[in-house]
Design a protein around this ligand. Structure first.
Ligand SMILES: C[S@@+](CC[C@H](N)C(=O)[O-])C[C@H]1O[C@@H](n2cnc3c(N)ncnc32)[C@H](O)[C@@H]1O
Length: 240
């Protein structure tokens, strides 16, 4: 079976049509609902970075999209390099932010790693690398981009009992899958952080839009990761 998902075309088209939080977020929800999803991501990031040295740190943001996380790290005093598979993202972010932005595919065999960075940040990108061989290549490229002792943050269905193909462009992978591959590359798990339980899932149709602030407040109170929704994993590259 040929895979109908062609990442570069898919994202170039999607971000060109909507260079906003809906374009990079959940397209089944309104732009307003997506603002709540991103508020929740910002809180989760703050929790995950608690205790980490971010000021003056070098950060590689993989799949930088509309620059939400570029902005989050610049505000914290980090030096940010962003890569994205689309030209539209890179062109727009070069106009908007200080930093180095390059069109690159993290899952490409010819990926040119940045000078080793302190933090690799990759929100809502890993599960869009659906092909298993490309997933392996992406992890190898990330490992080559990170300093020993550096942090790797990314989102996936860590709490799920097994991997699941959710849509043509979404391959959810569980903790066991990531642990096996990242362990072999010399990473240890630093922590799993709850992201969503209620947000990010269609429940009540258009009523969800009204309930977004309530879902947000309840998701902020969660202390465990969801079995059927996204969470954030923080991994540390072992010092040799
Ligand atoms: C769901 S959006 C998330 C954007 C951003 N990280 C955020 O959370 O707002 C996925 C982003 O990853 C980019 N992307 C998808 N596959 C990629 C790949 N293989 N290498 C680099 N970027 C990729 C897309 O162009 C898009 O900007």
């Amino acid at each position: 079976m040929t895979d109908p998902y062609a990442p570069r075309d898919y994202w170039e088209q999607r971000l060109s049509a909507s260079f906003n939080l809906r374009g990079v977020g959940h397209k089944s929800f309104s732009e307003w609902y997506n603002v709540w999803l991103y508020r929740r991501k910002a809180r989760c990031l703050t929790r995950a970075l608690d205790g980490a040295r971010v000021e003056d740190a070098s950060v590689l943001d993989v799949g930088c999209g509309t620059g939400f996380f570029v902005d989050q790290y610049l505000r914290r005093g980090a030096r940010v390099r962003g890569i994205d598979i689309t030209d539209v993202s890179i062109r727009r972010l070069r106009e908007q932010y200080h930093g180095q932005f390059e069109t690159q595919d993290i899952s490409a065999a010819g990926f040119v790693p940045a000078p080793a960075v302190d933090i690799v940040n990759m929100w809502d990108v890993m599960y869009h690398i659906v092909d298993p061989a490309l997933y392996d290549l992406a992890l190898t490229n990330i490992s080559r981009s990170l300093k020993p002792g550096g942090l790797f943050l990314f989102t996936d269905w860590f709490g799920a009992p097994a991997d699941q193909r959710i849509a043509a462009h979404v391959q959810g992978r569980c903790l066991a899958t990531h642990s096996a591959r990242l362990g072999a590359l010399g990473f240890t798990l630093d922590g799993l952080h709850p992201l969503y339980h209620l947000l990010n899932t269609r429940r009540l149709g258009s009523l969800d839009n009204i309930l977004a602030p309530l879902y947000y407040l309840l998701d902020n109170r969660a202390t465990t990761i969801s079995k059927d929704n996204l969470s954030l994993g923080v991994w540390r590259k072992r010092v040799a």
